[in-house]
Every structure is written in C-alpha cells, then in structure tokens.
Design a protein around this ligand. Structure first.
Ligand code: CTP
Length: 219
C-alpha cells in the first residue's frame, strides 16, 4: 500500500460548452484526454477519484466517480460540492472563458440573428477554489501559445496554486486533442521542471507520482 492510498483526488477534464441558443455554443478543442489520463494514473496510485468532465467522447477509467457537466457554471457547482472533501484538486479542464451574456431559449433564425454577440466572463473555478484552500494540494494547468514561462508563473501566483502544469498550445505533438504532450511543471517554491515529450498517459503518471511524493513528505 502506498503512503498516500487514502487520498481523494478531484480532477476536472474536457471543454465546457456555453450555449447561445439550443443549437449553438462557444467552446474549445479540448478532448479531455489529459484529464482522463490523470484520472487513470490517480486510480493506479490507489486514490479515490472524482472526475468532473465536460462533453467528451471518452470512456471513463473503471473505478472513477464520474460527474458529467456541460457549462462552466455547472462545472463550478459540481467542483464546489466536492472540493471540501478532496486532498488533491487538479483543474485540467479547458473551461470556456466567456459565455454569451444572453441565452435565447428558441433557435435563432439566421435571418434574424444579430451579427455580434455580447459576452460575459465565466467564473474562474480554479481561482475561487484556491481562495478556499484548506489542506488541498492545488494543481492548475496553463495553455499558452507564447511566453509560456512568464504566463505560467503569473498563473501560479494569481491563482494561488501549488503547481501549474504549462503546455505550449499549437506545437506539433502537444496540447488539444493530441495523444502526446510536452509540459513544464512550475512549483510554488520556484522550481521549474520540463518533462520529456511523451504520451499523455506517461505524462499523467509522472505528474501523479510527483504529487504523491510531495504529499508523502508532508504527511
Ligand atoms: N480555469 C478555470 N476557470 C476558468 C478558466 C480557467 O478554472 N473560467 C483554469 C483552467 O482549468 C486552468 C487554469 O485556470 O487550470 C488556467 O487556464 P488557462 O485557460 O490557461 O488560462 P486563463 O486563466 O483562462 O487565462 P488566459 O486565457 O488569459 O490565458
């Protein structure tokens, strides 16, 4: 039995969808692969795993407790309900940053549609949960197209995380929908570790082992 086998881990995965009307939404290309790989690795570690996921086409690993959601607001409420009992919180979901200000309950006919959409910001789930941190180890992700290190360090501070896992979006073999990834781990102590590009499964295993090691030092 590992020292951290009684750990409860809350993971978010996938995109969120922010509907304008019943047939149109704002979203992003996240497929959920990284979050689901993390869930599998956390299970392999002997942890209990709550997986809150946006709409994806993946089968959940055997043994996770699955909470499907659609919008950022639904994801927030589900995370809010599970956060207090988790020991590790990994916010891997690609939450839509914006939602349409107004939801129109009937399909808008294109001839009548406005040519611009007013947007409102969605809630920053990671930031809100970090403000409530008690015992939790909090891990955020950063998706960046440029200035990776600078932006990741800023997120580490502004979202009060223990770790930020940064990945460069737009590079071949990394980021959205890819089976492989290339990440750098930024820790609140100031250390910075770049992992060799690898499959999301192997990267997830390395991340979970790193977190488990830190928890075992603390206990
Ligand atoms: N995140 C969140 N709630 C949001 C947006 C993002 O919890 N409404 C989380 C993501 O899950 C990730 C971290 O915040 O763990 C960083 O997300 P990212 O998209 O890289 O950055 P943003 O905070 O959205 O900022 P920007 O898009 O300006 O880079």
């Amino acid at each position: 039995m590992s020292k951290t086998s009684s750990i409860r881990c809350l993971i978010t995965a996938g995109p969120t969808r922010e509907f304008l009307d019943p047939v149109r939404f704002l979203s992003n290309p996240s497929t959920g692969k990284m979050g689901f790989a993390l869930a599998q690795s956390a299970l392999d570690q002997g942890w209990t795993v709550d997986l809150v996921t946006g709409p994806v086409c993946l089968t959940e690993p055997d043994g996770v407790i699955l909470y499907p959601v659609v919008s950022a607001e639904e994801m927030y409420h589900q995370v809010d309900a599970l956060f207090d009992v988790c020991d590790v919180f990994i916010m891997c979901a690609a939450v839509s940053d914006f939602r349409p200000l107004e939801y129109i309950p009937e399909k808008v006919k294109k001839e009548q549609a406005e040519r611009s959409i007013q947007l409102a910001k969605t809630i920053d789930i990671l930031k809100v949960m970090s403000q409530r941190k008690d015992k939790q180890c909090i891990v955020g992700f950063a998706a960046e197209t440029n200035n990776l290190s600078e932006n990741a360090k800023h997120k580490l501070q502004s979202k009060a995380c223990d770790w930020i896992i940064a990945n460069q979006i737009g590079e071949p073999g990394a980021g959205f929908a890819s089976d492989t990834n290339s990440v750098t781990l930024f820790h609140k102590s100031g250390t910075e570790t770049t992992l060799e590009p690898d499959t999301k499964a192997n990267i997830a295993a390395a991340l979970i082992q790193t977190i488990a090691k830190e928890l075992s030092y603390e206990s």
